[in-house]
Design a protein around this ligand. Structure first.
Ligand SMILES: Cc1cc2nc3c(=O)[nH]c(=O)nc-3n(C[C@H](O)[C@H](O)[C@H](O)COP(=O)(O)OP(=O)(O)OC[C@H]3O[C@@H](n4cnc5c(N)ncnc54)[C@H](O)[C@@H]3O)c2cc1C
Length: 291
């Protein structure tokens, strides 16, 4: 098979034009792409290398929240001051992602667009209600991350569209969040269950105002567990309520058995880890001190 032609656009407009060609595929850090090409899973005719495009990398505060460019590397999330101050959960997830070498190449956009069931960065973005910013030949559009994933390695991107950034609303006051990832080994491993939770508590810390739970590796796509969220919202937080929410999260799981774990084990770990992640998120939710 012939080597693919490599194009190096320097603007989003050029990239979008190049991607309209038959057999053209976008490339960022190539940590998913190269292994997939080696296995023969994809055979691009043209690789459109996005890395030379200025303006879709880095993190900044905007009026609508925190903007993270699609080409931002996982390593960049570890020590970015805006992330540390506003979205520390993203830095925590990045710290457990692959190895330093992979983190130096892998991008947040590539992680989402590859759309693996185990995409780690999808989980904090789902619990913070992030929106994907997309550009194509017909212009810009936005897609809620909860609508972005359509199946294993399938996204809502149309042909020729690229992800340019993620917009994450600044978390509300009294919000706590946590992430847990279970793999065979700690480093260099894809999760066989990943859970993220974000909760907002009332000013006295007793009630759950808002809850978000996201599951990874237990369904064809990373996804929210809406029933678990509904169990919590508006209720006084008790240990029993958290157990009920953890049980409800299992109904959103559609796990498969594979070499890494059985479906039953994944279901059970979804329950256990959701309970733990929620407890940690409530523990982290800052309370207002009584005057
Ligand atoms: C050893 C190893 C360990 C790993 N560990 C983890 C882990 O712990 N957690 C985890 O989640 N993943 C892990 N991965 C998977 C991978 O590193 C990530 O998914 C990574 O974030 C992909 O980003 P990338 O920039 O390398 O994407 P690429 O490989 O360049 O692209 C991936 C896909 O997304 C498309 N794409 C990329 N950017 C865009 C864009 N801006 N717009 C449109 N389409 C785009 C490409 O066309 C391709 O289909 C691991 C991979 C390896 C090889």
């Amino acid at each position: 098979m012939a080597e693919p032609q490599m194009l190096q656009p320097s603007t989003v407009r050029e990239a979008v034009r190049a991607l309209a060609a038959r057999g053209a595929v976008a490339m960022a850090g190539a940590t998913d792409l190269i292994p997939a090409m080696r296995k023969g899973e994809i055979r691009p005719r043209i690789l459109v290398n996005l890395k030379g495009i200025a303006g879709i990398r880095g993190v900044k505060r905007t009026r609508r929240g925190i903007w993270i460019g699609a080409l931002t590397r996982v390593a960049d999330l570890l020590d970015d001051p805006v992330i540390a101050q506003n979205l520390p959960l993203l830095a925590e997830v990045a710290a457990e992602f692959a190895s330093p070498q992979i983190r130096n190449l892998a991008t947040i956009g590539g992680n989402l667009c590859n759309a693996a069931p185990s995409a780690d960065l999808a989980l904090p973005l789902l619990v913070f209600d992030a929106t994907a910013e997309v550009r194509g030949r017909s212009g810009k559009r936005e897609i809620a991350t909860s609508d972005f994933f359509r199946g294993v390695n399938r996204t809502a991107l149309r042909r020729g569209e690229i992800l340019t950034g993620l917009l994450v609303p600044r978390p509300r006051v009294r919000t706590g969040a946590a992430h847990l990832k279970l793999g065979v080994r700690k480093a260099m491993d894809l999760a066989f269950v990943g859970i993220a939770a974000a909760v907002q508590v009332s000013s006295d810390g007793k009630k759950c105002r808002r809850a978000r739970v996201a599951l990874g590796s237990v369904a064809p796509t990373p996804r929210r567990a809406a029933k678990a969220e509904a169990v919590l919202e508006g209720q006084v937080v008790t240990s029993q309520l958290i157990d009920e929410a953890a049980e409800a999260a299992v109904s959103a799981a559609r796990p498969v058995s594979d070499l890494r774990a059985s479906a039953d084990y994944r279901r059970e770990m979804t329950r256990v880890l959701t309970g733990r992640a929620l407890r940690e998120a409530f523990r982290r939710a800052p309370q207002e001190r009584p005057r």
